[in-house]
Write a protein that binds this ligand. Structure first.
Ligand SMILES: [Ca+2]
Ligand SMILES: [Ca+2]
Length: 217
């Protein structure tokens, strides 16, 4: 079942999420956005990027706590009156399942906010079901200010439970799952590729994954 999740950018390193039934809520920005500094994220000091492929800079990393399928996004740029030039012009989107291995998704460009209460943000990209646990937004340019930031992002997501055979989570049993299993063949403890749950990775796991190859889960 599709649910709507609202994420409020609270700091560079962490994401404040309040659990309420199956929905993650925080600021719950439904439309127009405030001009308060406290309702926005900004970075004025460059720090080491979690993705070694990126240089030091201004970035924010989200840890959703488990895997989710990301869909349509909506962004509100930095909307503090007189400081809207700090708003993001371009940022790189990287995603990860483990927080260590990052994949480039694409770039996002945002318009400068008006710095007024009557600001409804702009439609961001549709991630089309991309399965992630971590999302990393690295700012490459702003609209001219000496700090970098934006106010808020809203993401429509689906809970993603997956299945044991979906070792490289994407909702499908494909060649990447088979290759991951083969790379762990012979594993005896804490084996991610132990799809039949007998404690090790052996021929029975290979047969189990081939039996559902090409299927979704
Ligand atoms: Ca898979
Ligand atoms: Ca096994």
């Amino acid at each position: 079942m599709k649910a709507h999740y609202f994420f409020w950018l609270a700091s560079v390193f962490s994401l404040v999420m309040l659990l309420h039934s199956d929905t993650v809520l925080s600021q719950m920005c439904e439309g127009d956005h405030s001009t308060l500094t406290d309702d926005a994220w900004q970075s004025c000091v460059v720090t080491v990027n979690p993705n070694p492929d990126r240089s030091e800079g201004h970035w924010i990393r989200y840890d959703f706590g488990s895997n989710y399928q990301l869909n349509q996004s909506h962004f509100w740029n930095y909307n503090v009156s007189g400081e809207t030039s700090r708003g993001v012009a371009n940022m790189i989107v990287d995603w990860s399942l483990d927080g260590a291995n990052w994949n480039y998704w694409g770039d996002i460009n945002l318009e400068e906010a008006p710095g007024s209460e009557n600001y409804f943000g702009e439609t961001g990209p549709d991630f089309e079901g991309l399965v992630v646990r971590y999302l990393l937004l690295s700012v490459t340019s702003n609209h001219g200010g000496n700090c970098y930031g934006f106010s808020e992002v809203k993401l429509d997501v689906n809970s993603f439970m997956g299945c044991a055979e979906d070792i490289v989570p994407n909702g499908m049993i494909d060649i990447n799952d088979v290759l991951s299993l083969l790379s762990q063949y012979g594993c005896l403890t804490e084996c991610i590729a132990d799809v039949d749950g007998d404690g090790s990775v052996s021929i029975t796991d290979v047969l189990a994954i081939l039996a559902v190859f090409g299927q979704t889960c």
